[in-house]
Design a protein around this ligand. Structure first.
Ligand code: AQP
Length: 334
C-alpha cells in the first residue's frame, strides 16, 4: 500500500528580484523535494503588501516569479503552485487565528522589530500581524512540514502554538507543523556587505545576483564583490566575503567547500572571481532561456494558476469549513 505523502508548504514574497540566495536557500531545495512530498509552493503576495508596492509592478512580478519557479525546475503538475490572494481562505483563517493570538506574542517577534526599524515611515498593522497570516498559510493546507531559515523559526513556533491552542480549545483539527531543515542549506551573504544576508529587495543591486541578471551584470557584480586585504585563499568565517564566494562556488559546482578551497589554493582573488562569474553565468543560462520561453506564454501560465488554485482551494475550503463549524459559525444553508 502506498503511504500518503506528507504535505510540505513554502513560499516566497514577490518583492524585489529573485536572487541566487533565494535559489540556493529555497527554490533549489524545493526542486529536490518535489518527488517526496505533496508540496504547495506559494507566491505570497498578501505578505508583500506589508511593504509599499507599486501596483503594476507587483502584478507583473507575481507572474514573473511564477515563470521563474517553473524555469528553476518546479514541476507544476507534481506540485501545487499558487498565488496566495487567489485563495481567499488564507485571509479568512487569518481572522480566526487573530482572535486566538495574544498581542504580547506578536510584540515579541524579532522580525517585526527589525522590519519596523527598516521601515520606520510605514509601521503598519499588517507588518505586526504578518506571523498570523503565515500561520494561516501553513494551517489552511494542514501542512506537516515547513522549510524555514533561522529568521523564520520564531514565526513557525507561533504557528505551532496556534495549532495547539485551536486543537485544545475545540478539538483536533490541525497537525502541528514541523520545521524542515534541508540537508544542504546555505545562507548566501550579500556581495558588498558580506556580514548580512543576500536579499532580493536590497536597495543596492550590487549586493545580489538576480536570477535574470545578464551575463555582463553577473560578471561585474562578482568582480566587485567585497573580499579583504589578504591575498591567500582559504575558507575562514572571519573572512566573510571570501567565504561567501567559496560557498557559492562549491554549491554551483556541486562540490564541497574543501574542494573549492583546494582548487583555488595559491591562486589570486581575481581568478576566483572570474571563474565564479563564468560558472554563475553558465548555471543561470538554462534557467533564463526557459524563463524567456515561459514568460511569453500567458495562456500556459494562466492554466497553471487555474489548476493550482483549484487544487489549493479544495483543500483550503475543507479546512476552513471545519474551523467555522467548530467555532460556532452558522453554515451557509444548502
Ligand atoms: N541569502 C539567502 N540565503 C539563503 N536563503 C535565502 N532566502 C532568502 N535569502 C536567502 C530564502 O528564500 C526564501 C525567501 O523568502 P521571502 O521572500 O519570504 O523572504 P526573505 O527571507 O526576507 O527573503 P529576501 O530575499 O531577504 O527578501 P526581501 O529582501 O524581499 O525581504 C526563504 O525560504 C528564505 O529562507
Amino acid at each position: 500500500m502506498t503511504q500518503k505523502k506528507k504535505v510540505l508548504l513554502s513560499g516566497i514574497q514577490p518583492s524585489g528580484k529573485l536572487c541566487i540566495g533565494n535559489y540556493i536557500g529555497a527554490l533549489k531545495n524545493w526542486v529536490n523535494l518535489q518527488d517526496d512530498y505533496d508540496s504547495i509552493f506559494l507566491i505570497v503576495d498578501l505578505h508583500a503588501l506589508t511593504i509599499k508596492q507599486v501596483p503594476s509592478e507587483l502584478r507583473n512580478r507575481c507572474m514573473s516569479f511564477l515563470a521563474q519557479y517553473i524555469a528553476c525546475g518546479i514541476n507544476p503538475e507534481k506540485n501545487t503552485i499558487v498565488i496566495q490572494s487567489h485563495v481567499p481562505e488564507h485571509a479568512e483563517l487569518t481572522w480566526v487565528l487573530n482572535t486566538l493570538t495574544y498581542f504580547g506574542e506578536l510584540n515579541r517577534m524579532t522580525q517585526f522589530k527589525d522590519k519596523s526599524k527598516n521601515n520606520s515611515s510605514n509601521i503598519n498593522t499588517g507588518l505586526f500581524t504578518y506571523p498570523v497570516l503565515m500561520a494561516a498559510d501553513i494551517l489552511i493546507y494542514q501542512a506537516d512540514l515547513v522549510p524555514v531559515g533561522a529568521d523564520q523559526k520564531q514565526h513557525l513556533e507561533l504557528s505551532r502554538n496556534l495549532a495547539q491552542r485551536f486543537n485544545h480549545n475545540y478539538s483536533d483539527t490541525f497537525p502541528i507543523p514541523e520545521p524542515f531543515i534541508p540537508k544542504f542549506g546555505a545562507r548566501i551573504m550579500s556581495l558588498q556587505e558580506p556580514d548580512k544576508k543576500m536579499s532580493k529587495s536590497d536597495e543596492n543591486e550590487n549586493n545580489f545576483i538576480a536570477l535574470l541578471d545578464t551575463p555582463d551584470i553577473i560578471m561585474k557584480k562578482i568582480k566587485r564583490a567585497v573580499t579583504d586585504s589578504n591575498t591567500n585563499i582559504e575558507y575562514n568565517q572571519n573572512r566573510p566575503g571570501l567565504a561567501n564566494l567559496l560557498t557559492l562556488h562549491s554549491i554551483l559546482t556541486k562540490g564541497t567547500i574543501e574542494s573549492s578551497t583546494m582548487y583555488f589554493k595559491g591562486k589570486m582573488y581575481s581568478e576566483l572571481k572570474n571563474e565564479l562569474g563564468e560558472i554563475c553565468v553558465e548555471y543561470l543560462r538554462p534557467i533564463q532561456d526557459e524563463y524567456n520561453k515561459i514568460i511569453k506564454d500567458k495562456g500556459y501560465l494562466n492554466k497553471i494558476l487555474k489548476s493550482g488554485t483549484e487544487k489549493a482551494r479544495y483543500k483550503a475550503r475543507r479546512t476552513l469549513s471545519k474551523v467555522y463549524r467548530k467555532i460556532g459559525l452558522v453554515p451557509f444553508p444548502r
